[in-house]
Write a protein that binds this ligand. Sequence first.
Ligand SMILES: NC(=O)C1=CN([C@@H]2O[C@H](COP(=O)(O)OP(=O)(O)OC[C@H]3O[C@@H](n4cnc5c(N)ncnc54)[C@H](OP(=O)(O)O)[C@@H]3O)[C@@H](O)[C@H]2O)C=CC1
Ligand SMILES: CC(=O)[C@@H](O)[C@H](O)COP(=O)(O)O
Ligand SMILES: [Mn+2]
Length: 382
Amino acid sequence: MKSISILGSTGSIGTQTLEVVRNNKDIKVTALSAGHNIDLLEKQIREFHPAIVCVWDEQKGKDLALRIKDLSVSVVTGMEGLIDCATEKQADIVVTAVVGMIGILPTIEAIKAGKDIALANKETLVTAGHIIAPLAKEYGVRLLPVDSEHSAIFQALHGEGKNEVSRIILTASGGPFRGKKRKELEHIQVEDALKHPNWSMGRKITIDSSTLVNKGLEVMEAKWLFNAPLDKIQVVIQPQSVIHSAVEFIDGGIIAQLGTPDMKLPIQYALFYPDRRGLKGERIDFFKLGQLTFEEPDFETFTGLKLAYEAAREGGSIPTVYNAANELAVAKFLNREIKYLDIADIIGAAMKKHKKVENPSVGQILNIENETYDFINELTKE
Ligand SMILES: NC(=O)C1=CN([C@@H]2O[C@H](COP(=O)(O)OP(=O)(O)OC[C@H]3O[C@@H](n4cnc5c(N)ncnc54)[C@H](OP(=O)(O)O)[C@@H]3O)[C@@H](O)[C@H]2O)C=CC1
Ligand SMILES: CC(=O)[C@@H](O)[C@H](O)COP(=O)(O)O
Ligand SMILES: [Mn+2]
């Protein structure tokens, strides 16, 4: 019986992970964690019987403890609690399904505790990949990609051993504003940007998909997961989101992974790797689909993608600034404090202002996150 700990069990990836657990009898949940949604967390606790649960918010943690006092589950809170869940002794795999840089410390501690990581939380690898990738190697733990594109690449690489890769083809839907120019994006509202054409996901990543910042983060994620040079990672718009990504080898052969847009496949693949298991759901009907199309990304309109390549090329602390600036800018946009186009402009301004630190430590990364927030708060002050 395999045991898993889920960081962020009440979110889009978290709930789909629990759906996979429900459908497989030989896997159990030993730890769950949520930010604020204790109603859903309580239901999950009563169904999955974890040994420990974490609620980020301390007061909500107290409320939850009262509600489940009939059960013998320990309730912890805050970062310490998140780390307790990430290192819970029975867990074989930690699913990092929290959103944002909050995932860095628990992921590091989970690796040090010898847990395999089913990695959904891309912000962790983008900002601390230079620490996490070697650490995973040192502790002999696996970084199993959950992000659909990286899972596709991982699946395409399966069984290829040391065969040389000439190109990673990272597909993107293009988001709800594919084909639009900057001028047409001036008055975009939160509701417009939350309409992803193919995937149903959490709010932050949905906005990131619309700006192509998600693809920028994924370029950096691919760099760390597959030890790939940036000039070998090509973003290709595939508007139907059927080809989840592909790998080209030195003989020109391309192996791609295709499927309907359902995160349960990559989640399940990560949890049972290298085995494949049955999974109910829609199947691709090529006759209904008719055609698959491809486009070049528009780097001039979607400057968030251009800035991501710049950040990745510069390296050091610049990807942290890129990511932190995006996290706060997206929160402000969702809160209707800034305009849609401000998101990428703010990322650019924060990158320009920052003085690069080579090889930043975890402490420096977290300080730079705060400095970036201070800069943006000042910049957007009315
Ligand atoms: N959704 C998807 O299909 C995909 C997501 N990803 C990545 O996976 C990660 C999760 O995304 P997604 O599931 O969409 O996000 P959601 O917003 O749906 O869920 C986020 C989860 O994190 C929890 N959380 C938020 N803040 C905190 C906190 N301070 N402490 C502890 N837990 C917290 C939330 O809890 P609560 O709701 O209780 O506050 C929730 O359980 C992101 O990094 C995203 O980029 C990658 C590929 C696909
Ligand atoms: C499901 C998933 O992995 C998301 O990251 C998805 O890729 C978002 O779609 P686009 O960023 O390609 O629009
Ligand atoms: Mn993705």
